[in-house]
Design a protein around this ligand. Structure first.
Ligand SMILES: [Zn+2]
Length: 164
């Protein structure tokens, strides 16, 4: 696994979106399933999307070896402006999930969606994921972030597929 990528659903704080609803959106966009591997609902419930061993569709051009986690929320009431409105149960569950994934995939780099080339202009995941990742490594796990392998970014997905 190369990356574990954080996303938000770009929905308002009051919208109680779940994996089934996101699956419907993605099927409408022509994906073969929900694009993410995990969804964390507003109440902190963790739902599974694609199995981890199936390539996702969440960062166009960089889906190979890339696990996608979607945290529900992320925009203000106008439905557009990025807003860090995630709940404490969501942060708790995200840390628990990332701790498990980091143990199982220690060389995977934790990313935010807009950290990938061609995706910089996106608001997603609507919070300061670099500071969040650094705090996990420095304070919570007390380890070193895995080496950044920039050559991965030059590789395009071998199979033309969903854009993500
Ligand atoms: Zn995203």
């Amino acid at each position: 696994m190369r990356y574990i990528t954080l996303h938000c659903s770009a929905t308002r704080a009051r919208q109680d979106v779940d994996a089934a609803e996101i699956r419907r959106w993605h099927l409408q966009r022509g994906f073969k399933d929900i694009g993410y591997h995990y969804v964390i609902k507003r109440d902190g419930t963790l739902e599974r999307g694609r199995p981890e061993n199936v390539t996702g569709a969440h960062v166009g051009g960089h889906n190979t070896g890339n696990l996608g986690i979607c945290i529900v929320g992320g925009v203000a009431d106008d439905g557009r402006t990025p807003q860090n409105n995630f709940t404490q149960p969501q942060w708790d569950k995200l840390r628990e999930l990332l701790t498990d994934l980091h143990k199982r995939y220690p060389s995977a780099v934790i990313m935010g969606h807009n950290g990938f080339p061609g995706h910089e202009s996106r608001g997603c995941p609507c919070f300061d994921w670099r500071a969040y990742r650094d705090a996990l490594h420095n304070e919570y796990w007390a380890d070193k972030a895995p080496e950044w392998n920039s050559h991965w970014l030059d590789e395009v997905d071998a199979i033309p597929q969903e854009a993500g």
